[in-house]
Design a protein around this ligand. Sequence first.
Ligand SMILES: [Ca+2]
Length: 441
Amino acid sequence: MEWTRVVVITLVMVHVTSSADSECFCLKEIASNLRNPLQMAHTVVNQEEVYLIAEQTGTIKSVNVKSSIIHDYIDLQELIVIENRFREERGLLGFALHPKFVNNLKLYTYSIRNFKKDYAVISEIKRSGTVLDERILLAIPIPGEQRNGGQLLFGIDGYLYIFIGDGAESSNTSRAQDRTSLLGKVLRLDVDSFEIVNDKIQYYKVPEENPFINDTDWRPEIFALGTRNMWRCSVDSGDPSTGEGKGTIYCGDTGDDLQEEVDIITKGSNYGWNYREGNICLNATMCSKIANEVHPIHTFNHSDGISAIVGGPLYRGTRFPGLAGKYIFGDFGSGHLYMLQHNSSENWQRSELNLCQKNKCGCKALATPRQFLLAIGEGNSGEMFLLMTDNIVAKSTTAGAVYELVPPLADTKPVTCGSVSSRSFIGLLIGSTFLFLHNYF
Ligand SMILES: [Ca+2]
């Protein structure tokens, strides 16, 4: 069973370029006492600028940006299924705001619920006062308890993209290649329309541009296939001056035993799983027969010391000029951050980002990160946040926190700040050996 596998890996030094050395970051804590924070959004609710932060246990918290006051905005705890145990991959797994959320307050959640058996449920939710109005768009039966996906996002085409895990307990099932199954797929829906299907209302419409809509062998919702368990995807907002890259969807797809990967998601593409893992063929008969196969832009081996990928944004903020246009991702087990630079030879070169030494950080940005990285958030202006926890058994603790990435001070003279935490940064334990769970997501 995959979830029982605990891997001991000796972390090895990965190649770090000089440009990354100069791009260290400091951390400002913006929320704590959270239960596995795993997705966030930066928006406006009732004229107040807020961060919305989803906890795996079923709550979407609202954090007022100015006052830091936190309250529950959406509470699905009574509806979802999650148990208090290690390796629990059910619960509330993600959300996305409607492109017109500020006006219509509609958001979309991805959660695991039990109706005699477990389903991945995609629903539209709107809060009116204390009342939640919910419409279920899709309920997809999941065969296992792991690899449940959980990413939702809106593309620049206005459609909702859903990233469904293959739901499998082992690598031996090929649901991701099954055109009649929604598991192991990227789906695309038009949630601003509805249609009647078999005399029942369906609260979405399949976009006419979906790649397989005219082929009755396929589920029409499928936009791309051959994905294992994409954990965190993002949409590039584009180069601020030229617009280059705008709309490109990047994902981290968690691997099995061998490789993690970063993919660019395009219409009708097949990302290979479970015939191929990263760039490694697992099925000699099938690898040469994968139609419309798209290979990862980057892979890394578990021997590099990375346990499970956490995809992040294509950085378009201004605080870290050296990261402009770079793809950012992280490692669940160690909390390390990396960037990929797209160079002229069409390769993406990886380098590591490091936490600054404390004397380079301002007094409000001296936070020490938690151990496990659950997600990388993105603010409205493209700046980044880390969603982390010290304990992944979400229901038993409130060990989660969210940090804003802040650049170092220009002047690195020692700063006197009064009492602050001095915990060491576990993410810098390069060269040491420690235990972590493989493939939590
Ligand atoms: Ca793949």
